[in-house]
Ligand binder design. Structure first.
Ligand code: SF4
Length: 436
């Protein structure tokens, strides 16, 4: 198992958007425990099936990726690390030449790669290796058969879901430009499991919303055209930079709750339906069966979850949306909701639905937060891997936040699975309790 990295730094709020909704109770600045943005490659490489992620980093980066990817063994892997050696760091080698040679070898061996993604790391940034320039140069050589793009996954000031944000922001630059008179279109931004994407596609189709694309696309040659007639829905709350890039292209954001649970999914679909002028009766007819199935699935978790108290450490940036779902649809009590950054504009609707008395914290000062957690004495703690084991040893039930990004949890059909993710550790902890 990977251990999360502890870094000392300032975690000042990073929201450029005007404040909306409620403000956090606590702004934390201090030591925080996070995975870096490279980690997002673990789900991104599965999503874009003809892309290859080449991390330009150190052995530490390679080890992180190997251990975070766990026991997955690929006949044809779709990510790797080009390791910067000591002689590279000391300036004895021309890194651009070395990188070109690695890319040459890789593309010769793997003709199936249609998009090569160079991923920057702390080491490549420290030595100021300009990967955007490298991508431009490699593009001149390999286009149009292959496209080469670059983004940064480096970790000092980021959390792991920001890797996806940086990747999508770069991908928006690659999307064709839609003309001002193009037909209206909908872009759903944020990685969703294929099964979830297929379910939403069917619902949009039944609602009569046409020209729907999901970003990232499954294939690199199917990037949607984006322009003033594009509206976009966020499927994930951590896409600050990607949303800004879409808006710079003239696309309009559709504000909504995130599609977690019955309530979130209905609100998310309704926001899109209203933006595209879908008749309310049609919306009702299309979504009623899914809503009913989600409500039924959630009923069976009431006994395990209702009345239990949960504490969120900041990690995935999904925390406020998950807390809203757990408090309103599963009856859980909220103690503290920590999130690395609160993108207030995107989270306004979520924050408005949280109970008034909940502690909302942004950033992290891990020791103080551990103290607050002990004081709150919750039934379940959602945190990174580095904190989970010590809490388990103390007798607390924990849930790894990274699992919530890997698992299909959005949409009506997954509402029960989402509740199950929180019910399982509680049941396990109850089963392990030995009466003396
Ligand atoms: Fe560590 Fe930075 Fe590499 Fe991430 S990018 S594994 S934080 S060295």
């Amino acid at each position: 198992r990977p251990t999360s990295q502890t870094v000392l730094s300032n975690t000042a709020a990073r929201c450029d958007a005007p404040a909306a909704g409620r403000e956090p109770t606590i702004h934390q600045r201090g030591q925080h425990e996070v995975f870096c943005g490279l980690t997002s490659i673990i789900w991104l490489h599965r999503k874009m099936q003809d892309a290859f992620f080449l991390i330009v980093g150190s052995r530490t980066c390679a080890h992180l990726m190997q251990s975070a990817a766990g026991v997955m063994i690929f006949a044809e892997p779709r990510f790797a690390t080009a390791i910067i050696e000591e002689r590279d760091l000391s300036g004895m080698a021309d890194l651009h030449d070395e990188l070109d040679a690695v890319v040459e070898r890789l593309l010769k061996r793997r003709p199936d790669i249609k998009m090569l993604v160079l991923v920057g790391s702390c080491p490549s940034e420290v030595i100021k290796l300009d990967l955007s320039r490298a991508a431009e140069r490699l593009n001149r050589e390999h286009a149009p058969d292959r496209r080469v793009i670059a983004y940064s996954g480096s970790g000092i000031e980021t959390t792991f879901t920001q890797g996806e944000d940086s990747f999508l922001a770069t991908l928006v630059d690659e999307c064709p430009v839609a003309e001002a008179d193009a037909a209206p279109s909908l872009v759903v931004a944020g990685s969703l499991a294929d099964v979830v994407e297929d379910q939403f596609s069917r619902i949009f189709q039944a609602l009569g919303i046409e020209n729907v694309a999901f970003l990232p696309t499954r294939r690199s040659d199917r990037l949607p055209a984006i322009g003033p007639n594009t509206r976009f829905l966020l499927a994930q709350p951590f896409l600050n930079e990607a949303a800004k890039k879409l808006e710079r292209r003239g696309a309009t954001h559709i504000p909504a709750l995130f599609p977690l649970g019955e309530e979130g999914t209905t609100a998310w679909l309704k926001a899109a339906s209203d933006a595209f002028g879908v008749d309310p009766a049609r919306f009702e007819a299309v979504t009623a069966p899914g809503r009913e199935r989600a409500r039924k699935a959630l009923e069976s978790y009431a006994e395990t979850l209702s009345g239990k108290r949960i504490f969120f450490f900041p990690d995935s940036q999904l925390e406020p949306a998950l807390a809203r779902f757990l408090s309103r649809e599963a009856g859980m009590g909220l103690t503290e909701i920590g999130s690395p950054y609160l993108h207030r504009r995107h989270l306004a609707a979520e924050l408005d639905l949280l109970p008034e008395d909940v502690v909302l914290s942004e950033g992290q000062d891990v020791e103080r937060q551990i103290d607050r957690c002990h004081e709150a004495d919750p039934d379940l703690i959602v945190c990174g891997l580095g904190l989970a084991n010590p809490f388990e040893a103390e007798g607390y039930a924990t849930k790894w936040s990274i699992e919530l990004v890997f698992t299909p949890i959005q949409g009506y059909e997954q509402a029960g699975d989402l509740a199950e993710l929180f019910a399982r550790p509680l049941r396990r902890r109850a089963a392990l309790k030995v009466e003396v």
